[in-house]
Design a protein around this ligand. Structure first.
Ligand SMILES: *Cc1c(COP(=O)(O)O)cnc(C)c1O
Length: 389
């Protein structure tokens, strides 16, 4: 136990269980701990480090902007915010031409829920079983897992959860009181479950027919993760709102709610925040977008994601039940608990994360190379081999 571990244990709330390691440095798809041990990072800051840790373009943009202007409230115009808003609405799925900037995924969802109420005059929200949308009260009400919800009930009224990828269930649920349907394209925290394209398009059509708004949560799948800049592109989805965050600014805290013309009548002064769209974060966001557009990383996610899944599938591993994924969000469902596998991988210099109790999840930087993927898969094979022995 290092001094830093003792200090954190002493001074923090201790809500999340911690791994026995102090991480002090990152570069690309690598991390180093305080003892100098190197890891291949398939956690990627929980899917925030898509362009790699400490990408020089982001580091430079942040340093430069930090010397010029760090904070600028939303009641002023700002050069960097103007540029980021323009760039983001340019690359977003068609029709999403306005945005609201905040600081996290849960805030992006919270804004979408509030906007949906005022835009429709309705209060019902339909979300999916196994869906995850964040931990503030509105977003938590849309989140399904009872482990996150139960300690904090009662939550916001009006939320229902239906089976994912089940169009009939959605057909029965959307009614006159439904303000919005909120779904992920790939359920990340819920176990890397891939949305069906025909299902998602059907939900969008039902929303349009019945006067509800279709909100897509791409907090985890956005910015190249699935092999397209946004996962919506795979299925030609045009949601009324799109929630973004995690990988948007090279690992800095950020969130955005993109809105179509169906969402315009939000009353003046009715929503806002202190830090959203601050110049340093916008500079990081602009640099990140440029790297994603010019660096071939989106193609890398698509091609190396397929390579990664194929390599995992080629392992002779009876402990594996199913391999799911889209680009470089990959879930390996096991026949038992995933905790000992995560521990074994870390000992072998590989960081991965769980999605529930039985799914091993990989969210590496999109810069990860085939050599690094080979090392990860070899480690997975060795750990599974030792478990089965
Ligand atoms: C992580 C996540 C959130 C919440 O984002 P925070 O920044 O942790 O608040 C919301 N939706 C999805 C799909 C996520 O993966």
């Amino acid at each position: 136990m290092t001094d830093y571990q003792a200090m954190e244990d002493q001074a923090s709330m201790g809500i999340l269980p911690k791994r026995d390691v102090v991480i002090v440095r990152g570069s690309g798809a690598r991390l180093w701990d305080s003892a100098g041990k190197e890891y291949i990072d398939c956690i990627g800051g929980i899917g925030t480090a898509n362009i790699g840790h400490c990408h020089p373009a982001v580091t430079k943009a942040v340093a430069r902007q930090a010397e010029r202007l760090v904070i600028c409230p939303d009641t002023f115009y700002n050069d960097l915010r103007a540029e980021l808003a323009t760039a983001l609405t340019r690359v977003a799925p068609e029709g999403l031409d306005r945005l609201f900037l905040c600081n996290s995924g849960t805030e992006a969802v919270e804004a979408a829920l509030k906007f949906a109420r005022v835009a429709t005059g309705r209060t019902g929200v339909i979300a999916a079983q196994r869906g995850f949308h964040g931990r503030t009260f509105g977003a938590l009400s849309a989140t399904w897992n009872p482990k996150y919800r139960a300690p904090f009930e009662p939550l916001v009224p009006g939320f229902t959860h239906v089976k994912y990828n089940d169009a009939a269930a959605m057909e029965q649920s959307i009614g006159d009181g439904t303000a919005a349907v909120l779904l992920e394209v790939v359920q990340g925290e819920g176990g890397v479950r891939i949305g069906d394209g025909a299902y998602l398009r059907r939900v969008a059509a039902l929303c349009r027919e019945r006067g509800a708004l279709f909100i897509v949560d791409e907090v985890q799948t956005g910015f190249g993760r699935t092999g397209a800049l946004f996962a919506c592109e795979h299925y030609d989805l045009r949601p009324d709102m799109l929630c973004l965050a995690k990988a948007m600014a090279g690992g800095l805290p950020v969130g955005a709610t993109l809105c179509a013309e169906t969402v315009r009548n939000v009353p003046a002064m009715s929503h806002g925040n202190t830090f959203g769209g601050s110049p340093v974060v916008c500079a990081a966001g602009l640099a990140t977008l440029r790297v994603l557009e010019e660096g071939g990383l989106v193609e890398n996610a698509r091609e190396n994601g397929a390579y990664f899944r194929d390599a995992l599938a080629a392992l002779d591993a009876p402990y594996v039940r199913e391999i799911r994924g889209m680009g470089l969000i990959i879930g390996v469902e096991m026949k038992g608990r995933v905790t000992p596998i995560l521990r074994g991988l870390m000992e072998r210099g590989v960081m991965a994360l769980p999605a529930g109790n039985t799914v091993l999840r990989f969210l590496p930087p999109l810069t990860i190379s085939r050599e690094e993927i080979d090392q990860v898969v070899e480690a997975v094979g060795a750990v599974l081999g030792s478990l089965e022995a």
